[in-house]
Ligand binder design. Sequence first.
Ligand code: NAG
Ligand code: NAG
Ligand code: NAG
Length: 371
Amino acid sequence: MTSSNNFSINYASVFFFVLLSLTMLDIYVANEVKAAPTLFIFGDSTFDVGTNNFINSTAKANVPYYGIDFPYSVATGRFSNGLNTADQIAKQFGYQRSPPPFLALEKFQNGFKQNILRGVNFASAGSGILSQTGQKQWQEVVFFGKQVQQFAQVRGNITQILGAAKADSFISKAVFLISTGSNDIFDFANNNTEFHVGVEEYLSILQLTYFSHLKNLYELGARKFGILSVAPIGCCPAVTSGNGGNCVKPLNDFAIVFHRAIQALLQKLSSGFEDFEFSLANTFEMTSDLLKSPSTFGLKDTQSACCGLGKFNGEGPCLKSLNANLCKNRDDFLFWDWFHPTEKASELAAVTLFTGGKEFVSPKNFGQLAC
Ligand SMILES: *[C@@H]1O[C@H](CO)[C@@H](O)[C@H](O)[C@H]1NC(C)=O
Ligand SMILES: *[C@@H]1O[C@H](CO)[C@@H](O)[C@H](O)[C@H]1NC(C)=O
Ligand SMILES: *[C@@H]1O[C@H](CO)[C@@H](O)[C@H](O)[C@H]1NC(C)=O
């Protein structure tokens, strides 16, 4: 009896492992005839597709109800009910979803060489522009600078495979997607006293550090940058639930000045560095638009999270093990959990990145970046 139990447990875990490998590694092949650009993806939980499953981090989304609408309802580490924003952008480019996490590719060496040529996702939940961001709260995260170092290794591997000239050309045609900054702002707001600096000074530290990360990527051969700034984080359920349902203005104000700072540094990079090409998404404006007229976008609730605990489901994480509330119609909601958008809201964002006007994405949209 024990042996048959053991067998069934092993069988189940093998099955799960195969499923996870399939969903993480294989099913992201481009389905368009026109070749989609290779994607290298950097940032935080808005883009993480499983990086944190491989590190000692408490910022993980590898248990239910995460992934409830993902194929086979697998909780892959995405902070979403299904696809996240990185996936939805990759889909617009012609893929089925984001390329897999670097740490997964590295761990499952089989096919590493073919796989890195199909793009890599380095994003890590809880991380930020600064190396210290998220470290205290989430124990371990892969910050942006470290993600760039990991890309440097991948570039070395690509050079080994293709040779220097072809590798340079390959990387120059790739699109580098980046979504970071929210966690730096949250850390600042949560622990102002520890920083001993004002908003202005902190902002300029973020700007300088972001600049140096992008310059490093440029020096590694990156030429096309698709960048998302920070959404109105003062309006997410984790924040509004502690503020009588209202948005917290200082957080939103910080997001607005952050966007301007990123815009200025991108202009500087594009005028100072040959062939530096960018598309900057004004995530703040995009999300504000959804908040102002939800019904235009087919949304019914932009205040509560679909899944979570307490007021507006914003007082705790979306964990089945904690008996979290779970809504039925996920597509009606802007927020999936206390911080993150639903698969549906991510899709709306991705469509805007590809088709939206200059008020949302400038000086060109993500589609034009691919050409
Ligand atoms: C992970 O973090 C916990 C809590 O801080 C610590 O006790 C443990 O030793 C860490 N594990 C590794 C492998 O670093
Ligand atoms: C990729 O590069 C790293 C660092 O140079 C090296 O240790 C690793 O073996 C390489 N992997 C492959 C598959 O070539
Ligand atoms: C800020 O940092 C200090 C020192 O590490 C810590 O004791 C305190 O709990 C933190 N406060 C918040 C609000 O995170």
